[in-house]
Design a protein. Structure first.
Ligand SMILES: [Zn+2]
Length: 472
């Protein structure tokens, strides 16, 4: 079935122009003016922006954590993502020490296969490096197309890997062509500060932030970046929240190290004071790293603008306030970490970033889609409006004003972290491989229609210079 998108303003990471897009068999086959589209269904995008579907590089759907499981699974999570203009996610596949990686990956396929309504891939968590793991990793890359590995420097005695594991993962990733992702906080010191706070009877949500100070994120980021330089490898720092971490990434890049940084909407618009909301409501804002003092927001925006940070992930990791977050009512360490963000990642960046003049429209596309596709081996099939690319397309009304609320969102959780926030801009229709998933703000997709994406090795499908940071 042919479709043609007419009358819209096409936006890519590089250009903004008026044009038509012809879609055949799920792929963009022509871009131009007055295209011959006999027999094609016409999609009128008058007054709208037309840009590549968002790629969320950081989601945790149907994930066990802290004695419970995230509320959104691959069905509700990807439906909410689609409403927000995201057409691809890359979710974190957790592994268990001593268990074959194959088994963990199988579990994640089972969670997602019949549920996802948009396309998806997996990152693989690395908690140990031993002969078994080293033997399996080439198959993980070649057979599964999983070309990014996640290492946690925090969550002591749960997910945390030691420095040797991180360093060996970097060396191995370099050899195999994978990108190493790191949760950069110093878990050992956090563990000590946490115990000390609890011993003093400091159990409220705000102590979650106070026991994870920004210095410990900066320290871990700098350590991981230095290891990367030493190993000649490549690193992607997830959920950068503060000035200390931005500084370390900028410094590493200035030395020519292949280091990248992601931030998330919550760090751009919310701050540490939210953890002090009364009646335990602060628990809704417990993320790791924690929300920071407000002045950090300007640093993060400037870093996106200047390219010191390159991507926006959601770190979607949702738990109900009633029944899940309240596991920590008497002890902040028992509050499940994370929040529901998958839905409004693009809209928040558009409204707060583009509309307020902090970033350009083309940067917006790069930050939410194109750069992510390039870093994670999905480009040029994903992340682009170009002939030959998958027709993953968002038709976005840049002028509609609305208020974010749990009353109207599509995530399965009982609250929204951005409740009451007034924003401008909303996806009207969203196509995945040329098929509507959202049409005129109505869900028309089908669980199980999302395809698993085998991703290319790091930088293997890009020109030599494309993904290298500049030496300043
Ligand atoms: Zn995460």
């Amino acid at each position: 079935m042919k479709k043609i998108i007419k009358n819209g303003t096409i936006v890519t990471a590089a250009d903004t122009f008026q044009g038509e897009i012809l879609i055949e068999d799920g792929v963009i086959t022509q871009i131009g003016a007055n295209l011959n589209a006999a027999g094609a269904e016409v999609i009128d995008a008058k007054g709208c922006l037309v840009f590549p579907g968002g790629i969320d590089p950081h989601t945790h759907l149907d994930m066990p954590f802290g004695g419970t499981v995230t509320k959104d699974d691959f069905e509700s999570g990807t439906i909410a993502a689609a409403f927000g203009g995201t057409t691809t996610i890359i979710d974190f596949c957790l592994t268990n020490m001593g268990e074959p990686l194959k088994k963990a990956i199988q579990t994640w396929h089972e969670k997602s296969r019949e549920k996802a309504v948009i396309d998806y891939g997996f990152h693989l968590m690395i908690s140990e490096i031993n002969d078994e793991v080293l033997n399996e990793l080439p198959h993980v890359i070649d057979r599964e197309g999983i070309t990014s590995f996640k290492v946690f420097m925090a969550y002591k005695n749960v997910f945390q890997a030691d420095d040797e594991t991180l360093f060996r993962t970097l060396v191995t990733a370099k050899d195999l062509g994978a990108l190493v992702m790191v949760h950069a906080e110093n878990g050992d010191v956090i563990d000590y500060l946490t115990k000390k706070a609890l011993a003093k009877g400091n159990t409220a949500p705000i102590y979650h932030a106070l026991t994870r100070p920004p210095e410990l994120e900066g320290e871990a980021t700098g350590r991981a970046a230095k290891f990367t330089g030493l190993a000649g490898s490549q690193l992607y720092v997830v959920h950068v929240s503060c000035a200390e971490a931005v500084k370390q990434i900028a410094e590493a890049r200035s030395k020519g190290f292949d280091v990248w940084g992601e931030t998330c909407p919550q760090y751009l618009v919310l701050d540490q004071s939210y953890l002090e909301k009364p009646n335990f409501e602060g628990a809704k804002y417990v993320w790791s790293p924690p929300l920071r003092e407000k002045w950090n927001q300007d640093v993060l925006w400037n870093a996106l603008k200047s390219g010191q940070l390159q991507t926006l992930g959601s770190d979607q990791c949702s738990f109900d306030f009633n029944g899940q977050k309240d596991l920590g009512r008497e002890d902040f360490t028992k509050i499940p970490n994370g929040g529901p963000i998958i839905e409004d990642r693009l809209s928040i960046l558009f409204s707060e970033g583009v509309k307020k003049g902090r970033i350009s429209l083309n940067q917006f596309v790069d930050i939410t889609s194109t750069r992510i596709a390039k870093l994670f081996g999905l480009f040029p099939k994903k992340g682009s409006i170009a002939v030959g690319a998958d027709a993953d397309i968002v038709i976005f009304d840049p002028s509609v004003e609305r208020v974010i609320s749990a009353e109207t969102h599509h995530m399965a959780v009982d609250y929204n972290a951005f409740e009451g926030m007034e924003i401008t801009g909303e996806p009207v229709s969203v196509l995945v491989r040329g098929e509507y998933v959202v049409r005129d703000k109505q869900f028309v997709g089908k669980p199980g229609s999302g395809q698993y994406l085998k991703r290319a090795k790091y930088n293997s499908n890009l020109p030599e210079s494309e993904n290298k940071p500049l030496s300043i």
